[in-house]
Each structure stands twice: as structure tokens, then as C-alpha cells.
Design a binder for this molecule. Structure first.
Ligand code: HEM
Length: 429
């Protein structure tokens, strides 16, 4: 249900965020800065585009840190029911962790959150180190590599697959599908049919893996989710439906791999571009404090702020709400732009400086807080710290052979931007 206000009366962002060319070389930070200064809360009319928006005529674009954080934390007035993307996907509404509200969300999140606490993640550290060393060593042995697919992608892929319980032999095939799922329907990539075909194959795989786990239970998240009973609002006990499991599988495999890959690849790129910060990272590692040392945690936060691996998450207003003096009408879609909030100079000194010592660093790369705050934040931070720890120990020099390329994923995909290729040469330490 929309309010009577017409789009003509509303502040326009002044840039067309549906234009993939804008994202060809990374996030359009100059445009975001202008929006934060001139129209921090603006209306992006999408009714004349080919975006499948259902009844929506467009969406609000929030670019300031304060507004992104406030809406993220206000789960009463902003529902997550329609899912993270502005796409109208009926199958996703209220059907996955990221699209549930209130008690139903809490129940489902509690089921899996025990697997992602700092204590549980610390138990995975040695396993992650083994993956990181073998991935980095094999790239160093070759002398050069395509950093995104051959290095950055592989650690998050193996870690989320270990946690979910996906056999090693299936991983390259499955995560190529996950990649196709998120990159299809872009100007550069596959067609929308490719997107749905990849999704269908992933669902089929999830179901066959579920059958395998029920027959041979293991200590992993997929055994847990395919066998556990949950309580409905009516107090009845039931297992998760096939559709709920399909969506959970998609969420864990995509959220667990595509995002952290962007952070690792973007982190290497930032360090190569800022040799003083590469030297700073090397001295953090040489100081021997390990991945839990405060200096390493600070550095990881800056890599997360700088790379902002997720572009936006969407919500819908439950009621008329005023945000920064602008009335958002009941029923309207709202998008929260994390890369923009992470460069907001009212929160960050010198926001366009990449500074591994930055403290405090209240970045919103995992969301601005609230009940949907990234479930995998501890895991992602451990993977990033461990990757750079091993990278500094094993690699003496890294040089870009070409500038990185990016795939803009269109506004329908909340990740929206993937570093696609970054050829580098590496020499052993
Ligand atoms: C650098 C890596 C990552 C970034 C930047 C990131 C970012 C985000 C963001 C922005 C949200 C939405 C927060 C909100 O709506 O308030 C989110 C949610 C989520 N993330 Fe991550 N994520 C990362 C890694 C991971 C990993 C490794 C996993 C693996 C389990 C994961 C699983 C999830 C899930 C399941 C949700 C939905 C949580 C809920 O709705 O309760 N993420 N993430």
C-alpha cells in the first residue's frame, strides 16, 4: 500500500543507480558523497525500468551512516519480510532468515547461531589455516594467478562448505553455480533463465544433501537444519519445509562465500595500491600477536569498511516514518547503502584514506545493528584475519599484472558488485 504523495514531489538521488556503467570500476563513491551532502534520503523512481518490482514504484535510497544505522535497528517500523533485495520475489517473502521478522526470525536464528559464536569460530581456526596455507602456497608456486577465483574465493568457499557439511568433491561445481546464480541477469553475464536454472540446481542439490544427512547424520549445519523441529506461532512442532530449507541453503552458501571473497580480493587490491599499508600489515603480522591481536582486528575492520562487500539491504516501512526530515510512507521500500555510510565524514575522519590503524571504526559492512546483523560476521572476520596473516608470511612481493575488473550485478542483487578478475604475480617469502 502506497501513500498519496507522487514521485514528482520527492527528492531524486540525482544519479541513476540502475546504470551498471556507474559500477564498472567499483562503487560510485563520488556520487554517494554528493547524495549524502545534498539528498541523504532520496526516492529512486523505478517504475519505468524493467525491474520486476511488483506493486512498488521505486525505493528510498538512504546514504548517511546515521540513517542506515537507525533503520537497520528499527525492526518494529521496518519489516524485512520482502527479503534483502528490491526484487519482487514471492518465494522469498517471509521464507528465509533474512526475510523473517519478530519471533519467527528469532526462533530460526537461534537454531543456527550457536554454530557462529566467537567460541565456535575459534574452533575452526586451525582448519581455516590449513585451507589458507594450501591455497596461497599453490598460487605462489605458480608465480602468478587470477587472485579472485584462484585465491580469494577459495577460503570462504571451503569454510562455509565445511560448516554446512558439503563434501569436498562437490564444492567447485556447487560454488560455480552459486557464482552463476548471483552474476546472471547482469549486462555482462548470463540471462535471467541462467539465474533460475542455477537456483533450481542448487535447490535440487540441497534436497539430495538433506536426504544424505538424514540417512547419515554428521556434526554439521545441514544435518541440524534438515532434522531439527521448530515451534510454529501456534505452538506446534514441525520440521522446516522443503522451501524453507532451499532458501536457507541458498542464503548460507551465497552469503558465506560471495561476500568474504569480495573483502579478501578487495583487501589485497587496497594493500597493493597503498604500499605503506602493506608495510603496516606486514609489521602487524611480524609482531606475532596472531589473528586475535587488537592491531589485526583493527586492520580487518578497516578492510571491511574500505571494501564494503555488500552494497545495500532493503526493508519496507510498516508505518509512515520520518527519516532525516523526509516522510517515508507506510508500505514503501527502503534501501540502506552500506558503502556510502562507510565513507560518511560525520562518522569517519579522512573517510577516503585507507588506514589500517583506524580507531574507532564503526563501519556498517555487516549491517547497522539490530536483529538481522550478519550471522557470519565472526566467521568472516576470522577468515580475513587468517588470510592476511598467512599471506604476509608466505608472500614476499605481490604485484598487479592488470587492474581489477568488476561485474556490476544490477540493483536486484544486494551484493551488487563483484570483483571479477585481478591478475597478480606473487613471489615466495
Ligand atoms: C565480509 C563478509 C560479509 C559481509 C560484508 C556480510 C554482510 C551482511 C549484511 C550487510 C547483512 C544484512 C544485515 C542486516 O540486514 O541488518 C548480512 C546478513 C547475513 N549474513 Fe552476512 N556478510 C558477510 C559474511 C557472511 C558469512 C561468512 C556468512 C555465513 C554464514 C553470512 C551469513 C549471513 C546471514 C545468514 C545473514 C542474515 C541474518 C539474518 O537475517 O538474521 N554472512 N550479512
Amino acid at each position: 500500500m502506497l501513500t498519496a504523495m507522487t514521485t514528482a514531489q520527492r527528492p531524486h538521488p540525482g544519479v541513476d543507480l540502475t546504470d551498471v556503467e556507474l559500477f564498472r570500476n567499483g562503487f560510485p563513491h563520488a556520487a554517494f558523497t554528493r547524495m549524502r551532502q545534498e539528498v541523504p534520503v532520496s526516492w529512486l523512481p523505478l517504475e519505468q525500468t524493467s525491474f520486476p518490482l511488483g506493486d512498488d514504484r521505486g525505493c528510498w535510497v538512504l546514504t548517511s551512516h546515521a540513517d542506515v544505522q537507525a533503520v537497520n535497528r528499527d525492526a518494529d517500523r521496518f519489516t524485512a519480510y520482502d527479503g534483502p533485495s528490491i526484487a519482487d520475489v514471492p518465494a522469498m517473502k517471509g521464507a528465509m532468515l533474512a526475510s523473517l521478522d519478530g519471533a519467527a526470525h528469532t526462533r530460526l536464528r537461534r537454531l543456527v547461531s550457536a554454530g557462529f559464536t566467537p567460541r565456535m569460530i575459534a574452533l575452526l581456526e586451525e582448519q581455516a589455516r590449513r585451507w589458507a596455507t594450501s591455497i596461497i602456497d599453490s598460487a605462489v608456486d605458480r608465480g602468478s594467478c587470477e587472485l579472485v577465483s584462484e585465491v580469494a574465493y577459495r577460503l570462504p568457499m571451503h569454510m562455509i562448505a565445511d560448516i554446512v557439511g558439503i563434501p569436498v568433491a562437490d564444492r567447485d561445481w556447487l560454488f560455480t553455480l552459486a557464482n552463476r546464480f548471483i552474476q546472471s541477469g547482469t549486462n555482462d553475464g548470463d540471462t535471467p533463465e541462467g539465474h533460475f536454472a542455477a537456483q533450481f540446481e542448487m535447490f535440487e542439490y540441497a534436497q539430495s544433501l538433506g536426504r544424505e544427512k538424514r540417512a547419515n547424520p554428521a556434526d554439521d549445519v545441514w544435518t541440524l537444519l534438515t532434522t531439527v523441529e521448530v515451534e510454529t506461532d501456534a505452538g506446534e512442532r514441525t520440521t522446516l519445509t522443503e522451501a524453507e530449507l532451499d532458501m536457507f541453503f541458498l542464503l548460507l552458501t551465497v552469503a558465506g562465500s560471495e561476500t568474504t571473497r569480495n573483502a579478501i580480493a578487495g583487501g589485497v587490491h587496497a594493500l597493493v595500491e597503498h604500499p605503506d599499508q602493506m608495510a603496516a600489515m606486514r609489521s602487524i603480522v611480524a609482531s606475532g600477536g596472531g589473528i586475535q591481536a587488537p592491531a589485526m582486528r583493527t586492520a580487518v575492520d578497516e578492510i571491511l569498511r574500505w571494501t564494503s562487500p555488500v552494497a545495500y539491504f532493503a526493508r519496507r516501512a510498516n508505518t509512515d516514518v520520518e527519516v532525516a526530515g523526509q516522510t517515508i510512507g507506510a508500505g514503501e521500500r527502503v534501501t540502506l547503502w552500506y558503502p556510502s555510510a562507510n565513507r560518511d565524514d560525520s562518522v569517519f575522519d579522512r573517510p577516503f584514506e585507507f588506514d589500517l590503524m583506524r580507531t574507532p571504526n564503526h563501519h556498517v559492512s555487516f549491517g547497522g545493528g539490530g536483529p538481522h546483523y550478519c550471522l557470519g560476521a565472526n566467521l568472516a572476520k576470522m577468515e580475513i584475519a587468517l588470510f592476511f596473516d598467512e599471506f604476509c608470511r608466505r608472500v614476499r612481493d605481490v604485484e598487479a599484472l592488470e587492474a581489477p575488473t568488476f561485474t556490476p550485478l544490477t540493483l536486484l542483487n544486494p551484493i551488487m558488485l563483484a570483483m571479477t578478475e585481478y591478475p597478480v604475480s606473487l613471489s615466495a617469502a
